[in-house]
Design a protein around this ligand. Structure first.
Ligand code: ADP
Ligand code: GN1
Ligand code: MG
Length: 370
C-alpha cells in the first residue's frame, strides 16, 4: 500500500536532525490550526517526533513565532535544572533543529515545518474524565505561568495581537456582519442578539486591565485541556502547543481551560441537550491551579477568574460565528455548518454557566480560602 502522507511529508521531515531513518508519518491530534504528524524512525532508541506544518496564513511572522517558542522552551528548561536530562525532556518541549541549524524549514510549496521530540507514554484529553485529570491540568497551567513569571515580556513578540481582546473580537464580528461575505447573516439573528445582550458584562476583565488593575503576565492563551500532556497515572508531564504564548491576563488562561473541562460534551456538540456542567471537574481544576498559582496572584486577579470562565466560551462563540459569516476561512471545518454548530454549542455553555453562577462562585471562593 502506498502511504500518501509518507511520500508527501517525508522530504520536509528529512530536513531535520532526526535519529535514524523515517519509517512512518501519520496524522496526529485534533488541532484546528496547524497540521500535526507523528514521525517514527528506525533508530534503536525508538525515537518518535512531532512534525508540524505551521499555518502561516494565521502565523504570518514565522520567524517571530519560532523565536518565541525557542525562548519559552529555553526558559522552562532553565527552571528544571534539578532534573536529569531525560526528565527535563519529559517536562518541557524540545525543538529539533534542521540540518542547517535552524528551528524550522520552508518547502518548495512555501509551507513552513518544524519538529519537536515526541514525549512518550503521555496522553492528552479532548474531554476530561476524572477530577484527578482536572487537578493535574490545573497544576500544569499554574506551574507553566509560574515558570514564565520572570521571562521578560520584551523577549517575546506579540504574535497575534489582541488575541483575547473582546472589543477586537466583537469588532471583527461587526465587520463580518457588514460584509456578509457568505450570505449567512440572515440565519443567525437570534445568536447575534444573544451576543449583543452580553457585551458589556464581558468587558469586565478588559476594563480592569485598561485601568491598570491587572498585571500583564506571560500566559499560554490556548489552555484547551488537550494542550497538556499527562502520564499514564494522570500526573502532569508537560504543557504543549506554545504558538500563542504572549503577554496577557491570567483569567484568560483559567477561563479557556474551564471551557473545555467543565463541559461534559465536545466543543462542537450538535445536540445542545448534551451540554451540561461537570462541576466536580471545575472544583478539581481550580484546586490544582490555585495550589500552584495562589502565591503569586493578586486580589484583583483572583477576582477575575470567574469572569474568565464566562468570557472565554463567549469569545470563542464570537470567533466561530465571525468565521462562519466570513465563509470558514480561519478554523478547519469538517462539514459546512461546523462553525455554526460550534457557536451554538459554546453559547449553550455560557447559558449553563450563568444558571450555575452561585454554585461556581462558592466553589471558587472556598478553593481560594484554603
Ligand atoms: P494544534 O496546534 O494543532 O492543536 P498541538 O501542538 O496541540 O497542535 O499538537 C496536537 C496534538 O499532538 C496534541 O493535542 C497532543 O495530543 C499531541 N502532541 C503535541 N506535542 C506533543 C509532544 N511533544 N509529545 C507528545 N504528544 C504531543
Ligand atoms: C485553536 O490550534 P488549536 O486547535 O489548539 C485556536 C484557539 C481556540 C481553539 C478552539 C491560534 O486552537 O485560540 O481556542 O482553536 N488557536 C488559534 O478550539 O487561533
Ligand atoms: Mg493543541
Amino acid at each position: 500500500m502506498i502511504d500518501t502522507h509518507f511520500n508527501k511529508i517525508n522530504p520536509p521531515a528529512n530536513q531535520f536532525k532526526l535519529n535514524g531513518h523515517v519509517v512512518s508519518i501519520v496524522p496526529f491530534g485534533s488541532g484546528h490550526i496547524n497540521d500535526t504528524f507523528k514521525v517514527q524512525t528506525d533508530s534503536d532508541e525508538k525515537n518518535a517526533y512531532l512534525l508540524q506544518k505551521i499555518n502561516h496564513q494565521i502565523f504570518q511572522d514565522v520567524d517571530g513565532l519560532m523565536n518565541n517558542i525557542k525562548e519559552v522552551c529555553k526558559h522552562i528548561k532553565s527552571k528544571l535544572s534539578h532534573l536529569n536530562a531525560e526528565e527535563v525532556e519529559k517536562h518541557s518541549m524540545t525543538l529539533i533543529e534542521t540540518k542547517n541549524g535552524e528551528s524550522f524549514c520552508k518547502d518548495e510549496e512555501g509551507n513552513y515545518w518544524r519538529v519537536f521530540k515526541l514525549i512518550e507514554n503521555t496522553k492528552s484529553y479532548d474531554i476530561v474524565e476524572t477530577p484527578a485529570q482536572a487537578f493535574s491540568g490545573g497544576k500544569a497551567f499554574g506551574q507553566f505561568q509560574k515558570q514564565l513569571s520572570d521571562l521578560p515580556a520584551e523577549k517575546l513578540t506579540e504574535i497575534l495581537p489582541n488575541f483575547h481582546n473582546i472589543d477586537f473580537r466583537l469588532g471583527n464580528l461587526k465587520e463580518a456582519i457588514a460584509k456578509n461575505e457568505a450570505n449567512r447573516v440572515g440565519q443567525v439573528e437570534d445568536l447575534l442578539s444573544y451576543i449583543s445582550n452580553r457585551e458589556s458584562k464581558m468587558r469586565t476583565i478588559l476594563e480592569m486591565g485598561n485601568r491598570g488593575e491587572l498585571p500583564v503576565r506571560i500566559t499560554h492563551n490556548d489552555t484547551k485541556f488537550n494542550n497538556v500532556l499527562l502520564d499514564e497515572d494522570d500526573k502532569v508531564q508537560c504543557v504543549i502547543d506554545l504558538d500563542t504564548v504572549m503577554p496577557g491576563y491570567i483569567a484568560y488562561d483559567f477561563g479557556d481551560a474551564i471551557r473545555t473541562i467543565i463541559n461534559s460534551a465536545a466543543e462542537d456538540e450538535a445536540d445542545l441537550d448534551n451540554i451540561k456542567l461537570n462541576i466536580p471537574l471545575f472544583q478539581a481544576y481550580a484546586e490544582g491551579y490555585l495550589s500552584e498559582a495562589k502565591d503569586f496572584l493578586t486580589e484583583n486577579e483572583l477576582e477575575t477568574l470567574l469572569h474568565g470562565v464566562y468570557l472565554l466560551p463567549y469569545m470563542q462563540a464570537v470567533r466561530f460565528l465571525t468565521d462562519y459569516l466570513n465563509g470558514d476561512t480561519y478554523y478547519k471545518v469538517h462539514y459546512s455548518d461546523h462553525n455554526l454548530v460550534r457557536t451554538k454549542s459554546q453559547l449553550k455553555l455560557v447559558d449553563e454557566l450563568e444558571k450555575h453562577h452561585e454554585e461556581l462562585k462558592l466553589i471558587l471562593h472556598d478553593s481560594i480560602s484554603v
